[in-house]
Design a protein around this ligand. Structure first.
Ligand code: IYR
Length: 253
């Protein structure tokens, strides 16, 4: 079974171009926006201060865990807005900012999202994923039941814009739209952690087209991820996983 990357969803084939397929593409970007170059400086930190800050940031991020058991306790919309704003600071190909974040608070929409995802996930676990994949996930303890989709106070659906649409209806190339959106989400995950909240970086396999329609998003957008955001349930548990030590994933030359 080939691992389905987010550009190979069978029902979404019509949306799969964009990226770096420049054939017949209109490559216009907003050339005026960045034309003027302006001075840029940063605050210089002492070596001791940068060491301390980098270590503290790492320690905070190392507390992050994917959580599947949420409390229904709400948190301020302003916090959610700031988290998504942080995602909007991401770098992107030719500054095309090819991401859309749909923040769902409505219990009715959350219920519909849960129904769509559980229906597709049951088929995923029973048929699409295959035995090997299901076995590889056994340690995480997941199945197709996703009650957190109705419990978490917010669901954030992340879509990449495979291409842009100019005012005259023509297509604009969104360079590196997938990696740009992925980087943006990395910043969102850090912002969620920094705000003292938790999330689950979930990938609703095969539910993308139905979710896109439910959320009234246009055909140039493709669902990449769904992030429930909230406080963990008081009795939440996580698998006892260990992270690789630095020596195993960095080589210094
Ligand atoms: N999307 C499914 C399956 C799943 C896949 C991987 I790879 C995971 O790390 C965890 C789950 C689900 O959400 O259950």
């Amino acid at each position: 079974y080939a691992f389905p990357d987010s550009t190979s969803d069978a029902k979404d084939k019509e949306e799969a171009d964009g990226g770096l397929n420049l054939e017949n593409a209109d490559t216009r970007v907003d050339h005026e926006a960045g034309k003027e170059h302006i001075p840029f400086t940063i605050e210089r930190l002492s070596k001791a201060e940068m060491t301390r800050r980098s270590q503290e940031f790492y320690q905070e991020m190392n507390k992050r865990r994917s959580v599947r058991f949420f409390s229904d306790e709400p948190f301020p919309q302003e916090v959610m807005d700031n988290i998504i704003r942080t995602g909007g600071t991401s770098p992107s190909g030719a500054h095309t900012q090819p991401w859309t974040y749909v923040v769902v608070k409505s219990p009715e929409i959350k219920k519909e999202i849960r129904e769509i995802i559980e229906e597709e996930e049951e088929v995923n676990y029973r048929r699409r994923m295959g035995d090997k994949w299901v076995q590889d996930l056994a340690c995480i303890g997941t199945d197709w039941n996703k009650p957190y989709l109705e419990i978490a106070p917010y669901l954030v659906i992340v879509l990449k814009q495979s291409y842009g649409i100019a005012p005259d209806g023509s297509r604009l190339v969104h360079y590196y739209n997938e990696i740009s959106t992925s980087i943006s989400v990395g910043l969102v995950l850090a912002a969620i952690q920094e705000a003292g909240l938790v999330t689950l970086t979930s990938t609703p396999l095969n539910a993308g087209p139905r979710l896109r329609k439910l959320l009234n998003r246009p055909i140039n957008e493709k669902v990449m991820l769904l992030l429930p955001v909230g406080y963990p349930a008081p009795d939440a548990t996580v698998p006892a996983l260990k992270r690789k030590p630095l020596e195993e994933f960095m080589t210094a030359i």
